[in-house]
Structure formats: structure tokens, C-alpha cells
Design a protein around this ligand. Structure first.
Ligand code: G3D
Ligand code: MG
Length: 188
């Protein structure tokens, strides 16, 4: 009887977005299952990456999650950080309209510059747009219209999330891994 062979994949996942949007908090929530306190956030500064393991059918996937702490905008650093990456999350803070503008004007164009235009059409499926801090309902600044516009423009999937309550966090990572797994392009 033939059971098929099991394959091993390593996906390099980038967590992109402005400082303060909650990237580290989302990653710690996903990897360790809790909302980190300020001390934990401080102590994870400089951590290069976290690892998560997934199984899809018979295949084993190691997700190396690259969380950038403070170096977010250093050009020299960014040159290397994209190489060999499989996809990732574009994170903004629902309570900070500027953080969505920065995705639009900086983070997304930065990725697009790294990818051939025709290639991006497929590769966009390897990225998910995330609006974090959904728990701060009264402080939400970013409108549904603005999000919908960006979603239409690039064709990204969108999820709101809260690292604090855990809302959608594991679902987002699971979906990202699934999207990369089925993508014909598993690395830039
Ligand atoms: P970064 O890694 O993108 O820079 P951090 O962001 O994970 O360091 O988070 C920045 C601040 O936002 C932290 O607060 C953190 O507790 C808070 N935060 C992250 N995610 C959420 C969320 O889902 N809901 C709420 N309410 N706050 C969140 P401090 O006070 O340490 O700056
Ligand atoms: Mg951080």
C-alpha cells in the first residue's frame, strides 16, 4: 500500500508593521499562548525568531517567525530580512490610523519592490493584513472603508485580531501557513 511521502518545509514568516502595533504581542500570543506583560516584551527585544510547527496532511512545516524589534526601519537591516522569506503578516493598529498609512506607503511598497510585478499577483496570497487591538473598541480610528480599500487594491486577506484577548490570533497564523503551503511560490 502506498501512503505517499511526507515532506518537510521551512517557511520564513515576516511580521511587518510599525513599532507599537503589537507584532511581538501577537507572536508571543501565537507561540506561547499568553498576552505578554511589558517586562516580557522588553526581554524579547532582539529575539531573531520564534518557531512553530504545523502539520498539513502528511507534511511537516516549521514556521520561522521573524519579529523585528526596533530595527523595523533600518534599511541595511531590511535588505537581508526579505531574502528567502515565504510571506507574512502586515500588521497595523486599529486605534492608530497612521499605522495603516505606513503599511500603504512604506511596508507594502517595500515588499513589492522586492518582487517582480507579475510575481506579486500570486505572492500576495502569501501575506495577510491584520488589524490588531480589536479589544479597544472605543478607540478604533481605522474605518472599515479604509481597510476595504486596501484589501481591494492588493487582494490581501484581512483579519482583525487582539493579542490581548487572543481573538483570531491562532486562526491567522494557521491560515497564513495554509496559504503559503498551497502557493506555488514558497519563498521570494
Ligand atoms: P511591536 O512589537 O509591534 O512594537 P508590542 O508591539 O507587541 O511591543 O506592543 C506595543 C504595545 O501595544 C504594548 O503596550 C502592548 O501591550 C500593546 N498591545 C499589543 N497588542 C495589543 C492588543 O491586542 N490589545 C491591546 N489593548 N494592547 C495591545 P505597552 O503599554 O507595553 O506599550
Ligand atoms: Mg516588537
Amino acid at each position: 500500500m502506498w501512503f505517499g511521502t511526507s515532506q518537510k518545509y521551512v517557511f520564513k514568516i515576516l511580521i511587518l508593521g510599525d513599532t507599537g502595533v503589537g507584532k511581538t504581542s501577537l507572536v508571543i500570543r501565537a507561540v506561547r499562548g499568553y498576552f505578554p506583560d511589558p517586562e516580557t516584551l522588553k526581554s524579547t527585544i532582539g529575539a531573531a525568531f520564534f518557531t512553530m510547527r504545523y502539520r498539513i496532511q502528511r507534511d511537516l512545516i516549521t514556521a520561522q517567525i521573524w519579529d523585528f524589534a526596533g530595527q523595523e526601519r533600518f534599511r541595511s537591516f531590511m535588505k537581508n530580512m526579505f531574502s528567502g522569506s515565504s510571506g507574512g503578516l502586515f500588521v497595523f493598529d486599529l486605534t492608530n490610523a497612521l499605522s495603516l498609512d505606513d503599511l500603504k506607503n512604506f511596508w507594502i511598497p517595500e515588499i513589492i519592490r522586492k518582487i517582480r510585478a507579475d510575481f506579486f499577483d500570486v505572492f500576495k496570497n502569501n501575506f495577510i493584513l491584520v488589524g490588531n487591538k480589536s479589544d479597544l473598541k472605543k478607540q478604533i480610528e481605522v474605518t472599515k472603508d479604509e481597510i476595504a480599500k486596501l484589501v481591494r487594491q492588493y487582494g490581501f486577506k484581512y483579519f482583525s485580531a487582539s493579542a490581548k484577548t487572543g481573538d483570531n490570533v491562532s486562526a491567522i497564523f494557521k491560515e497564513l501557513i495554509r496559504m503559503i503551503y498551497i502557493s506555488p511560490y514558497k519563498a521570494i
